[in-house]
Design a protein around this ligand. Structure first.
Ligand SMILES: [Zn+2]
Length: 295
């Protein structure tokens, strides 16, 4: 039985990707009612501890851990290219106030928001990240998961979660918690990947279903949820926000990570430029989503 994390419906169909970890298969499912895509089973608490342990998370191997310590910081710096666009959108809705980041990594975005005039603080689950936030930037950051962090009612004007929601076992409950912690007229801003919304992602999903095959993903099951513009909007509104705006973004073709065999890489490379133009011009087929919920 796989319960949909978004609408709690029990009926789902297999989506053609899966992960293996801890001698188990984690199959992607699409809810038959709301079309939300999620992994089933969900990783257990013990498996999550293992997935996010420093030894595993920072293991230096392409198919194993997520990042090496040096890559972790390189990725953080490389990611700063998107800061002006993301903070620009947040500023349109909430230009100042108390800014809290869930999962602030090494603190680069939080530092950027502080320079832009916000009063910033945050939490980070990875010990390495939380330590870097304090040592590098002197930021007020606690090491904690959002699940374990005490709820403070009506405390913040902006809550930001970048690359967080796709990792959470109960993303809706965490958005509801964010809603409770945000002041009236405040905003939540969530940034997530949207692998199957891009042209290549849609083509891959369609092709796999057509030939009746499933693809084993070449990384551990860090992403337990897959968002589309429609399901992200539904989830933000379901969490209690009175409005949700979804902005489709796309990685610059030069910064895309190519994985897979020769043909997969060739297809990705040849489609990324037209995809980039489509997303930039018309706001469709984005491979990244920024969702803004207004309380
Ligand atoms: Zn559902």
């Amino acid at each position: 039985m796989s319960t949909c994390p978004l609408c709690k419906n029990e009926r789902s169909v297999d989506f053609p990707i899966y992960y293996t970890f801890n001698q188990k298969e984690f199959q992607a499912k699409r809810c038959a009612a709301c079309r939300f895509i999620f992994l089933s089973p969900r990783p257990t608490p013990d498996e999550l501890t293992l997935l996010y342990s420093n030894e595993y998370f920072l293991h230096d191997g392409a198919d194993f851990g997520a990042h090496s310590p040096t890559n972790y910081e390189t990725a953080a710096i490389k990611g700063s290219i998107k800061f002006p666009e993301i903070l620009g959108w947040i500023k349109k809705f909430k230009p100042s106030g108390d800014f809290f980041e869930v999962g602030c990594g090494m603190g680069y975005f939080l530092q950027y928001a502080r320079k832009a005039g916000y009063n910033v603080s945050g939490i980070e689950y990875a010990e390495l990240g939380a330590r870097a936030c304090k040592e590098k930037f002197g930021l007020s950051v606690q090491q904690s998961s959002f699940e374990d962090y005490p709820l403070q009612q009506d405390r913040y004007d902006v809550m930001f979660m970048g690359d967080v929601l796709e990792h959470l076992i109960d993303p809706l409950a965490m958005l509801e918690k964010a809603h409770a912690m945000i002041r009236e007229t405040g905003v939540v801003a969530v940034e997530v990947p949207s692998m199957f919304n891009s042209i290549i992602g849609r083509a891959a999903g369609f092709g796999l279903r057509l030939i009746g095959k499933k693809k084993k993903m070449p990384m551990p099951p860090y992403h337990v949820n897959e968002f589309t513009p429609a399901t992200l909007k539904v989830m933000i509104k379901k969490a209690g926000f009175r409005d949700a705006i979804i902005i489709q973004r796309i990685k610059a073709p030069s910064s895309i990570t190519l994985r897979g065999n020769f043909w997969e890489k060739a297809a990705k490379k040849s489609l990324q430029y037209p995809n980039y133009v489509m997303t930039k011009s018309f706001g469709i087929f984005g491979d990244r989503l920024l969702g803004i919920g207004i309380k």
